[in-house]
Design a protein around this ligand. Structure first.
Ligand code: AFP
Length: 336
C-alpha cells in the first residue's frame, strides 16, 4: 500500500494540545475548528463572488463610517454563527460591530474571547484582489468588577492564539498559539486545510518594502527619511516596492519573503489607519513568533494597552534588519 500521511489543521491543533496542554479537554481545539469552518464558508463565497448575489456594496455603513460590502456583512454573520455556537466563547468582537457581543456571560463556560476582522481588504473585492479574515483569541479574565465588554481590552501579549486566512490564488490559513507559526492550504478536493508551511520563519532581511507611497508627503519626517534610505541603494540593498492594499495579503508576502510593511501616521490618519485589536495585534504576534518584529515606530505593538475596541495604531512590521533600520531613523529610542 502507498504511504499516506496527511497532516490536517484539526490534527495539528490536537497534537499541539497534547504536546503543550496535556490536561486540556479540547475546548480550544473545538474553537479553532469553528474558525476554520467559518473561513471555508467565507472563502467559497469569495471564490464565487462575480456569480453570486453577494457582490457589491450593502446599504449599510459600518461603525467607522465606511461603506460595507455585502460580503463584509455575510462574513461577519458566518463568524458570529460558527463561533457563537461553540459553547465556549464568551465574547465576540468584530470590526463590523460597535460593541462586543456577549454570547455566554459566565467566564467559566464562555471562557474565550475572539476578536476578528471578518473580511479585511474588502474594498478590493470587485477587482479580484486577495482579501482575508484576521482573528485574535484571548482567555476571559473573569472574576473582576469590569464591565463585560471591557474584558476584550487586553494587550497583544495576552493573546492565546492569532491568525489569518488569505483568500488568494489558494486559500491559506496561518496561525500561532505561541509555539511557532504554521500555514495550511485548503485542499478543495477534500475541503480540508492541510499543513503546507511548517514552522514558518520570516527571513532576517528582505528586498521588498510595502507602503502606500501616495501618502508619503503626510508621513512623519522619520518615515520619509527611512523611505528615502530604502530607495537609496545604500548598504547594497536594492529594494523593490509592492503594495496590495489588503493587509493580510501584504503581510503574507512579508512573512514569506521578508522586508517591511508600513502603515505610518498620515495627515489624514494621524494615529495610522489600521486597528490595534483585530489587525495589528494578531499580525504582530505572528511576526514575533516567526522571528520578525512589529512596532508603532517606538514600542512593540504587543505591549500597547488598548483603550477602545476600534482604536487605530501606526503599524510597522517586518524582518529584523529593516525594522532595526527604521528604528534608527526614529528620534526616540525603542523601548524593547
Ligand atoms: P478595506 O477593508 O476597507 O479594503 O481596508 C483595508 C485596510 O484596512 C487594510 O487591509 C489595508 O492595509 C489598508 O486598509 C489599505 O489602506 P489604503 O487604501 O489607505 O492604503
Amino acid at each position: 500500500m502507498p504511504e499516506y500521511n496527511i497532516n490536517t489543521f484539526s490534527r495539528h491543533i490536537v497534537a499541539e494540545q497534547q504536546d503543550h496542554h496535556p490536561g486540556a479537554h479540547g475546548n480550544f481545539s473545538w474553537l479553532l475548528s469553528g474558525i476554520s469552518l467559518a473561513c471555508k464558508i467565507i472563502g467559497e463565497e469569495v471564490r464565487r463572488l462575480g456569480l453570486s448575489s453577494a457582490a457589491g456594496a450593502s446599504e449599510g455603513i459600518n461603525v467607522h463610517g465606511e461603506q460595507q460590502q455585502k460580503l463584509d456583512v455575510y462574513s461577519n454573520n458566518v463568524l458570529m454563527d460558527c463561533l457563537g455556537s461553540r459553547g465556549n466563547v464568551g465574547l465576540l468582537a468584530s470590526e463590523e460591530n460597535e460593541e462586543p457581543v456577549v454570547i455566554v456571560e459566565h467566564p467559566e463556560q464562555g471562557e474565550y474571547i475572539v476578536v476578528f476582522d471578518p473580511l479585511d481588504g474588502s474594498s478590493n473585492l470587485d477587482v479580484n484582489v486577495s482579501v482575508g479574515t484576521i482573528f485574535s483569541i484571548f482567555r476571559r479574565e473573569g472574576g473582576n468588577e469590569k464591565a463585560l465588554a471591557s474584558e476584550v481590552l487586553q494587550t497583544g501579549r495576552q493573546q492565546v492564539a492569532a491568525g489569518y486566512v488569505v483568500y488568494g490564488s489558494s486559500t491559506v490559513l496561518v496561525y500561532t498559539t505561541g509555539h511557532g507559526v504554521h500555514g495550511f492550504t485548503l485542499d478543495p478536493a477534500i475541503g480540508t486545510f492541510v499543513l503546507s508551511h511548517r514552522d514558518m520563519k520570516m527571513p532576517p532581511r528582505g528586498m521588498i518594502y510595502s507602503v502606500n507611497e501616495a501618502y508619503a508627503d503626510g508621513f512623519p519626517p522619520y518615515c520619509r527619511r527611512f523611505l528615502h534610505w530604502l530607495k537609496s541603494g545604500e548598504d547594497e540593498a536594492l529594494y523593490r516596492s509592492r503594495y496590495i492594499g489588503s493587509l493580510v495579503a501584504d503581510f503574507h508576502r512579508t512573512l514569506l519573503k521578508g522586508g517591511i510593511f508600513m502603515y505610518p501616521p498620515t495627515s489624514f490618519f494621524p494615529e495610522g489607519k489600521l486597528r490595534l485589536m483585530y489587525e495589528a495585534n494578531p499580525i504582530a504576534l505572528l511576526a514575533e513568533q516567526a522571528g520578525g518584529l512589529a512596532t508603532n515606530g517606538t514600542e512593540p505593538i504587543l505591549d500597547l494597552v488598548p483603550k477602545t475596541l476600534h482604536q487605530r495604531v501606526p503599524l510597522f512590521v517586518g524582518s529584523r534588519h529593516e525594522m532595526d533600520k527604521l528604528h534608527a531613523f526614529v528620534q526616540r529610542p525603542l523601548k524593547v
